[in-house]
Design a protein around this ligand. Structure first.
Ligand SMILES: CC(C)(COP(=O)(O)OP(=O)(O)OC[C@H]1O[C@@H](n2cnc3c(N)ncnc32)[C@H](O)[C@@H]1OP(=O)(O)O)[C@@H](O)C(=O)NCCC(=O)NCCS
Length: 145
């Protein structure tokens, strides 16, 4: 398995399949995908891209940290789940986030993925909220030291 930086467009197939199956490819383009401080990581198995995650320099005012990153579009193809790929992407991202002077990574976690985020050290904040057409989410974050 290899973790590499990928282009925004490379994330789209897995985003579409795993996160927006009833949407269009355009629904899989996220605001900030091309921003200078955004970075996208992919995990490759036998040269095939099977897991993606994207990181945006974006502050959530709920948290006091001045400089924060937001995680979006985290997904692993079903046949590759449970093999540590998403956690490998996060481990690769943490030093990059730290190098960019940020002390927190946050995300709006889907209810179904909450167990994953807890497992890798994220903590929930507040109550579940609904995102139209997608379902229940909860704000989660992890300190980057
Ligand atoms: C959530 C998701 C990204 C996790 O990816 P993954 O590559 O399977 O994650 P990992 O293999 O790195 O899992 C790390 C740990 O979390 C655990 N884990 C993974 N998914 C979990 C879940 N839904 N609930 C509880 N624990 C989970 C793994 O068992 C593993 O535990 P271990 O360290 O004891 O072995 C993947 O299940 C997925 O793509 N889901 C569908 C899309 C989605 O909901 N994305 C999140 C949007 S917010």
């Amino acid at each position: 398995m290899q973790v590499l930086r990928i282009k925004p467009i490379d994330t789209q197939h897995i985003r579409h399949k795993m996160l927006r199956p009833s949407g269009t490819l355009e629904d899989c383009v996220f605001r900030g995908d091309n921003d200078e401080l955004t970075f996208h990581l992919g995990a490759f198995v036998d040269s095939k891209l099977v897991s993606v995650a994207s990181f945006y320099f974006e502050r959530n005012d709920i948290f006091p940290d001045q400089y924060q990153y937001r995680l979006r579009g985290m997904a692993t193809l079903p046949e590759y789940q449970g093999q540590g790929l998403s956690s490998a992407l996060l481990r690769t991202a943490f030093p990059v986030i730290k190098q960019n002077q940020c002390t927190l990574l946050w995300c709006n976690a889907r209810e179904k993925a909450m167990g994953f985020y807890l497992q890798v050290g994220f903590k929930p904040t507040g109550e579940f909220f609904s995102v139209p057409n997608i379902g229940k989410h909860i704000l989660m974050s992890i300190k980057i030291d």
